[in-house]
Design a protein around this ligand. Structure first.
Ligand code: ATR
Length: 296
């Protein structure tokens, strides 16, 4: 078993993507979606450990919370400050920690190893889907939760010129800005809204998942026409109100389907140690998100 956990989770296209990949590789696995509240995350992880889960993806609002719940963190989770992929491992006959999906039996203990596959996925999707090169760019990033933090740190590492961090809870943006200033002194990092045009705006908040959500940006205070492009990590609905407003303002836009695909492919490879069938996964996602006539 593998699964994605979050709250809310009903919108998730991860089961369609992963089950298609598992079927293509003829693996006898199943990938589920489970609604898990943040206060139940620790007990859910313990349950998965004793039930022999092979892997879990974490989404809103678990990515930061999970950092302190792993037995071991990969450098990706340490560097980007959030966990979106958990690999359950046990020792093989030679005493080497191995993903349990590869083991027939594992009498010893199971450990949870946390990875971040989001950070590289967002860069790849920005380049492929938005034709956007982060190096030297001015960027407005909305959100300072797990996904926002990983994106901010990865963009800083990639050499953005100026990064504005805007978050509903201002103290979280300030905390993240301080970390970036210390780790990436070449990046001009600020909080609040830009005082100039930007190359792109990246929405890493969860605002837009539900129909009643407000726009994650005050577009009176910062009109979208100040940006060349807008990327929304949300992929369902495929066109969020933010993306609709961005298109009306003449921006290039992309939703988070590409990011979902690449973070999922990397997670799949960690769990199965097999090359992910990317085109199968992409086709399953497109069918799930655009092909069923349901966009909510
Ligand atoms: P994830 O792990 O997926 O990043 P998260 O850590 O809960 O999830 O982060 C959610 C992000 O969306 C946060 O930046 C949150 O803002 P707060 O830090 O103020 O909570 C943001 N967010 C959620 N709902 C929002 C809303 N209605 N308007 C603006 N921002 C919102």
């Amino acid at each position: 078993l593998a699964a994605v956990w979050g709250a809310p989770i009903r919108h998730s296209a991860s089961p369609a993507m992963h089950n298609a990949a598992l079927a293509a590789l003829d693996l006898d696995w199943r990938y589920l979606a489970c609604e898990v509240a943040p206060e139940e995350l620790a007990v859910a992880l313990e349950g998965a450990r004793v039930m022999g889960f092979c892997g879990v993806n974490l989404t809103v609002p678990h990515k930061r919370l999970a950092l302190g719940m792993m037995d071991d963190l990969d450098v990706s989770a340490e560097a980007w400050g959030a966990v979106n992929t958990v690999v359950f491992e046990a020792e093989n006959a030679e005493g080497v920690w191995t993903p349990i999906g590869l083991l027939r039996s594992f009498p010893g203990p199971v450990r949870l190893r946390g990875y971040n596959t989001d950070a590289d996925a967002i860069l790849r999707s920005l380049r492929e889907d938005l034709h956007m090169e982060p190096r030297g760019a001015r960027v407005l990033l909305l959100g300072a939760g797990g996904a926002g933090r990983a994106a901010a740190l990865r963009l800083a590492d990639e050499g953005v010129e100026t990064l504005w961090l805007q978050n509903r809870t201002e103290s979280k943006a300030a905390e993240l800005a301080a970390e970036i200033a210390e780790r990436f002194p070449a990046v001009d990092v600020r909080t609040g809204l830009p005082d100039s045009d930007v190359e792109f705006i990246l929405n890493a908040t969860s605002s837009g998942l539900k129909p009643e959500d407000p726009l994650p940006l005050d577009i009176q205070a910062y009109p979208l026409s100040h940006a060349d492009a807008v990327y929304d990590m949300i992929y369902r609905p495929a066109e969020t109100p933010l993306l609709r407003a961005a298109q009306a303002a003449g921006c290039r836009t992309a939703n988070g389907l590409g990011m979902l695909l690449y973070q999922g492919a990397a997670a799949f490879e960690l769990w199965t140690q097999r090359p992910a069938p990317i085109e199968v996964m992409r086709a399953a996602l497109i069918h799930e998100v655009y092909g069923t006539g349901e966009s909510q």
